[in-house]
Ligand binder design. Structure first.
Ligand code: ADP
Length: 317
């Protein structure tokens, strides 16, 4: 019997952070024995924020190194980038024709941008539809993500259902898998940790960087237990251990932050070292990405043939 499929992706839009790691990257590592894992680099999504080709190239290579460093095994996992499989954008268009504007206007990313009075590009508006194509082309069973992506997986399911109802059973409905304790990892300012908020702890930080970032975590002088420091620390140690420690050191922010620095360094240092090893052979990392792209392309093109057949554009024998 073939394995179930798990698929998830990350934007090459900056350094990955510990929020990405605990919510999504670690899940892929843990699943790689039991599932057929697809680790996607969504470079076309990243175009929303990355407009410099040199930076885009560097970011893509960096994500491959990140995936390798966290322990994803290229023998078991398919690493690939969206732009190597043109079927993603092709299917996105087909989905566009069955998705309404009012429906997409309910998406959080669009509503947030609108609330901030941003000039919204069509790509940002359409982002959940491209994500639906990213997912549905591969018939995955599960999508490990952070809570911020829950709605997007639901949109993918809705689009799949709509297509299936119109054209006959074609797409499997995937389930989002969101780890309860790390659904929303807070950043140094207490908001959701995000590459776009400048509040992250990068996953491969150097010791000095960790020190600087942790010391900058916002604390409120009224709290005995500094909320933001505790929430980040709780990713590394269970509450049963952490709570008595924080209670015994209530109000001693500097000491608590120093403990967090040491725990972060213990967790990050081995990953950082592994990443440096992989970074010595960039051509090898790129070969892995290319091979994964070819494998994904085969699967996606079969699925697209099925889609073209279903919608009636396959007129040749
Ligand atoms: P970012 O928001 O930092 O740009 P991405 O959009 O590349 O991150 O998201 C990659 C994955 O990491 C997604 O599954 C997303 O849900 C998850 N993720 C991002 N930030 C967080 C966070 N602060 N807490 C939990 N999961 C997160």
């Amino acid at each position: 019997m073939s394995k179930k499929i798990s698929l998830s992706g990350i934007q090459p839009s900056g350094k990955p952070h510990i929020g990405n790691y605990f919510a999504m990257m670690k899940q892929l590592v843990d699943q790689q024995e039991e599932y057929d894992v697809y680790a996607l680099i969504v470079d076309y999504h990243a175009m929303k924020s990355v407009k410099n080709p040199k930076v885009m190239k560097e970011n893509i290579i960096n994500v491959v190194l990140d995936y390798l460093a966290i322990g994803l095994d290229p023998e078991k996992v398919t690493f690939f980038k969206q732009s190597d499989v043109s079927e993603h954008t092709e299917l996105c268009w087909i989905f566009d024709t069955i998705t309404t504007m009012p429906y997409l206007m309910r998406a959080h990313a669009f509503k947030d941008a609108q609330a901030k009075n941003k000039e919204i590009d069509v790509g940002t508006f359409n982002y959940p539809v491209l994500m639906a194509a990213d997912i549905l082309l591969y018939n995955p069973d599960i999508i490990p993500v952070g809570a911020d992506q829950k709605q997007h997986v639901e949109i993918a399911r809705d689009i799949a259902e709509k297509f299936n109802n119109n054209f006959g059973q074609t797409f499997k409905l995937p389930e989002a898998v969101i780890m309860k304790d790390v659904a929303v990892v807070p950043g140094t300012d207490g908001r959701k940790m995000s590459k776009s908020y400048n509040n992250t702890i990068p996953l491969f930080s150097e010791y000095e960087e960790i020190k600087k970032i942790v010391m900058s975590i916002v604390t409120d002088s009224k709290e005995g237990i500094p909320k933001n420091v505790y929430a980040i620390h709780n990713l590394l140690r269970p509450a049963t251990e952490l709570l008595p420690l924080y209670e015994s050191k209530a109000g001693k922010y500097k000491e608590l932050k120093e403990l967090l620095i040491e725990d972060l360094e213990k967790f990050i240092a081995p990953l950082r070292e592994k990443r440096k090893e992989f970074a010595k052979d960039i051509p090898k990392a790129l070969a892995i990405l290319k091979t994964g792209g070819k494998k994904a392309k085969k699967i996606a093109s079969l699925k697209m043939n099925e889609v073209r057949e279903k919608i009636g554009v396959n007129v040749y024998e």
